[in-house]
Ligand binder design. Structure first.
Ligand SMILES: Cc1cc2nc3c(=O)[nH]c(=O)nc-3n(C[C@H](O)[C@H](O)[C@H](O)COP(=O)(O)OP(=O)(O)OC[C@H]3O[C@@H](n4cnc5c(N)ncnc54)[C@H](O)[C@@H]3O)c2cc1C
Length: 446
């Protein structure tokens, strides 16, 4: 049964910022200045200034090539500064299902790379000396139904056996030690994973890219890429630039540059809110375990403390149609209040959205099509994947052997007649919500 929640009053709604909470501590980097002229030439042009673009650019610049990153909006405008900050090796396909379909060796290699992606974030942070409040105190995965729980624990057990990934099962009574709710039947804590402040991580990458000699051009939209490998002409809103190689790092914001890529990516919207500052007692009631948490729903709810432990950040309604920030925020805060009763009616300060991208096989992909490099389709795990595949695509441009990856080998398919317009996403979302609504916590998301 869903508790009746206090409505957010219009005055409160009016004061909800549509900016991500993360931009308070890490405002988007200002324009590079009035002089937005592009160099006429570079070895490599990287399109997009998120985790993918910056990790690629950094790798390529350190390999001795000249690099220009071209960003249509402010640097970091995309999902990289709008996400929840979870660093995980989450994957839409269970380990068991990959074993059944591709065999144990492939499954171990695949999950091994997912782990390597999570570790690559830690390495990047350490090597670049980025203070982004990374905390690997575990990831709580509560389950809304006994069936989900049994499947999840069986899968985690297999991962422990074959890969050594450690976890602790959480009983129904134990859920209250992690999250102030009685909506879940149990769960698991995955050790060695956690969260960071994505705005500060992004700001640190920008700093490193600048220091490595990368030229960063904001408010410069790429409108077309002509030519072939070795001889590209990149047209932008601020002029054109000749280069040997092009990297596309636009993930959920991909549109119109390479129709082949458009036809393989399924962009969708994701939504988050941040509560007003809460007292220590309020935080302990809501998130006693202090961990990042994501449930086992098909359309998952995710919740975490802000890195400074003063607010609850919450997300859901993934894939639904975007709407005014205050309205979306109000819906999310009602879902939050139904999930964590101590937060019912708590005012929210921020309600924001960002674009992600999925793929038809739900695998991330990297590769090179007609001489244009890309990495995209992270299906909601773009902090590790953007870091890992961004770096790999940089290595590919440099012709290094380390660029090899399972995500480069797998064929990247589309469906007949799909042209990049994801008209079916709200239908899939509704279908997932209907599956979830049969479970206790899923009722809240409907
Ligand atoms: C609400 C939300 C929560 C999320 N939570 C998590 C999480 O907890 N953990 C996790 O791992 N992932 C999460 N993600 C996903 C993750 O944020 C993304 O997968 C990741 O940031 C993608 O990085 P990127 O660099 O590939 O793309 P983006 O950061 O999206 O950057 C793409 C950039 O390309 C630019 N661009 C597009 N077209 C052009 C053009 N023609 N010319 C120039 N520039 C262009 C855009 O303006 C944009 O800035 C979440 C996403 C959202 C929205």
């Amino acid at each position: 049964m869903v508790a009746i929640q206090k409505q957010v009053d219009p005055a409160t709604a009016a004061s909800v910022a549509a900016d991500p909470y993360w931009w308070k501590a890490a405002p988007l980097a200002a324009d590079e200045g009035a002089d937005n002229t592009l160099p006429s030439r570079a070895d490599v042009v990287v399109i997009g200034s998120g985790f993918t673009g910056l990790n690629a650019a950094l790798t390529i610049a350190r390999g001795g090539r000249s690099v220009v990153v071209v960003e249509a909006r402010a640097l970091g405008h995309g999902a990289s500064t709008r996400n929840a900050g979870f660093v995980s090796r989450a994957f839409k396909h269970s380990f068991q299902s990959i074993v059944s379909k591709y065999g144990l060796t492939f499954a171990k290699n695949l999950y091994g790379e997912l782990d390597a992606a999570a570790r690559s974030v830690e390495t990047r942070i350490r090597d670049e000396n980025i203070d982004c409040l990374m905390k690997a105190n575990g990831r709580f995965m509560p389950s809304a139904s006994e069936t989900h729980l049994t499947e999840m624990l069986r899968d985690l057990e297999m991962q422990r056996k074959h890969l050594g990934f450690e976890f602790t099962a959480v009983s129904r009574a134990g859920v209250a030690d992690e999250l102030g709710t009685d909506r879940y039947v149990g769960g698991a804590v995955i050790h060695g994973l956690g969260g960071l402040h994505p705005g500060l991580y992004h700001a640190g990458l920008l700093r490193s890219a600048r220091a490595a000699g990368v030229t960063l051009k904001s408010f410069t939209e790429v409108t077309a890429v002509h030519g072939e490998q070795g001889h590209f002409d990149v047209s932008t809103s601020s002029g054109s630039i000749k280069c040997r190689d092009v990297v596309i790092g636009t993930n959920g914001y991909t549109r119109g540059l390479l129709p082949w890529l458009d036809r393989r990516l399924i962009p969708f919207d994701a939504f988050m809110i941040a509560t007003r500052p809460l007292s220590g007692a309020e935080m302990r009631l809501a998130l006693p375990g202090g961990k990042v948490a994501i449930d086992s729903n098909h359309n998952a709810l995710f919740i975490r403390p802000s890195p400074d432990g003063t607010r609850v950040l919450f997300g859901g309604l993934t894939g639904s149609r975007p709407g005014p920030a205050a309205q979306k925020g109000e819906r999310l805060s009602r879902i939050l209040g139904g999930l964590v009763p101590s937060l019912a009616g708590t005012a929210i300060d921020h309600s924001w959205t960002g674009k992600c991208a999925a793929t038809f096989d739900l695998f991330p992909h990297m590769g090179c099509h007609r001489g244009i490099y890309f990495a995209a389709g992270y299906c909601f795990v773009g902090i590790p994947m953007g870091t890992y595949l961004g770096t790999k695509i940089g290595q590919a441009v440099l012709g290094q052997r380390e660029a090899a990856s399972i995500f480069a080998d797998k064929s990247f398919r589309t469906l007949p007649f799909y042209n990049g317009q994801p008209w079916f996403v709200p239908l899939v979302t509704r279908y997932w919500q209907s599956l979830d609504s049969r479970t206790r916590s899923g009722v809240l998301a409907s």
